[in-house]
Ligand binder design. Structure first.
Ligand SMILES: *[C@@H]1O[C@H](CO)[C@@H](O)[C@H](O)[C@H]1NC(C)=O
Ligand SMILES: *[C@@H]1O[C@H](CO)[C@@H](O)[C@H](O)[C@H]1NC(C)=O
Ligand SMILES: *[C@@H]1O[C@H](CO)[C@@H](O)[C@H](O)[C@H]1NC(C)=O
Length: 286
């Protein structure tokens, strides 16, 4: 979960009028300037041809993002201004900006990165909701790469409910499964493509988190919107999970059109010393 963000800068809104807004972007980083129409719209298969890479092939839109003829699926959201942030209606502001630019006479273009550590596809470190773990130095740089990389199950959560104890039990996840990506109603509702945070998203309730801790071997928990925990249990569910310093939470995954089943998951956070969170790149390999 990210701290509430009160940014009201709408530099770029993907749907539906991004062309109109492209000019308003003005000095925006060139990487933000051209979200092509052909990468937006529902159910667009962006996969297969990385030959269309470059500005025209920018992979911003909803849809499956495949490489290598479908062998690799990217389940990371592009970090872009305008994506939802964790507060009702909140959006993320500019993320990278040109600090030096050739257009302004510099010999090179040099971008600068500035963002909260809990926006976009990211990982929570134990210290995010646990002061003892934070004080003990359990930052993102201490996360176990062995947990972040290995066989993972992608499951569909029943759509009529948050992830309660009952919902968890109904999933019948076998003992021994250590990494699970939970796809929910959030994906069906296309929440990640809506403007502004929607706090009616689905996530774990406190009893759902407790059930997972008590009854499964799951050490990596992934979910498809801003927070692993439902809004009403934003703190309590995080507290239950992160009390266990060996459980890793990955939030904001892009799970559209990916078939359920078993994959090799690879997730690599940045080595941000002292941070309770980090952007992360996650891919699935078939
Ligand atoms: C380039 O120069 C203009 C005019 O001084 C300024 O407004 C703009 O922010 C500069 N951009 C970069 C990337 O340096
Ligand atoms: C440098 O940035 C400018 C925008 O200021 C862009 O037009 C140009 O293509 C960039 N050059 C390179 C080499 O990326
Ligand atoms: C999940 O819980 C949130 C509040 O935390 C609520 O707004 C939402 O309607 C619930 N969703 C479902 C499907 O029960």
């Amino acid at each position: 979960m990210a701290a509430p963000v009160a940014l009201t800068i709408f530099l770029l809104i993907l749907l539906p009028a991004h062309h109109a807004l492209a000019t308003a972007a003005g000095d925006a980083h060139p990487g933000y300037a051209d979200t092509e129409t052909d990468t937006c719209g529902p159910a667009l298969d962006l996969g297969g041809s990385s030959s269309s890479a470059g500005a025209a092939g920018r992979r911003y839109g909803p849809g499956l993002e495949e490489y290598g003829g479908g062998r690799i699926v990217d389940i990371t959201h592009a970090f872009r201004p305008g994506m939802p942030a964790y507060a009702p209606g909140a959006t993320v502001g500019p993320i990278v900006r040109l600090k030096e630019s050739m257009k302004n006479g510099s010999d090179y273009n040099l971008s600068e990165l500035s963002m909260e550590c809990h926006i976009g596809t990211h990982v929570d470190a134990p210290g995010h909701f646990n002061q003892a773990h934070f004080a003990a130095g359990l930052d993102v740089d201490t996360l176990d790469l062995e947990v972040l990389n290995g066989p993972a199950l992608l499951v569909d959560v029943p759509r009529h409910t948050n992830i309660t104890a009952e919902a968890m039990e109904s999933l019948n996840i076998p003992k021994g499964v250590r990494r699970v990506l939970f796809r929910t109603l959030n994906t069906d509702r296309g929440l990640m493509w809506k403007e502004g945070g929607d706090m009616s998203y689905v996530g774990f309730t406190e009893d759902g988190a407790q059930w997972l801790v008590d009854n499964t071997d799951i050490k990596l928990v992934g979910l498809d919107y801003l927070s692993i925990a439902s809004f009403d249990h934003a703190c309590s569910a995080h507290v239950v999970f992160l009390k266990n310093a060996d459980i890793i939470l990955v939030e904001h995954l892009k799970l559209e059109y990916v078939e359920t089943g078993l994959y090799m998951l690879h997730c690599l956070p940045l080595r941000l010393v002292g941070s309770d969170g980090s952007p992360i790149r996650c891919i699935l390999i078939k």
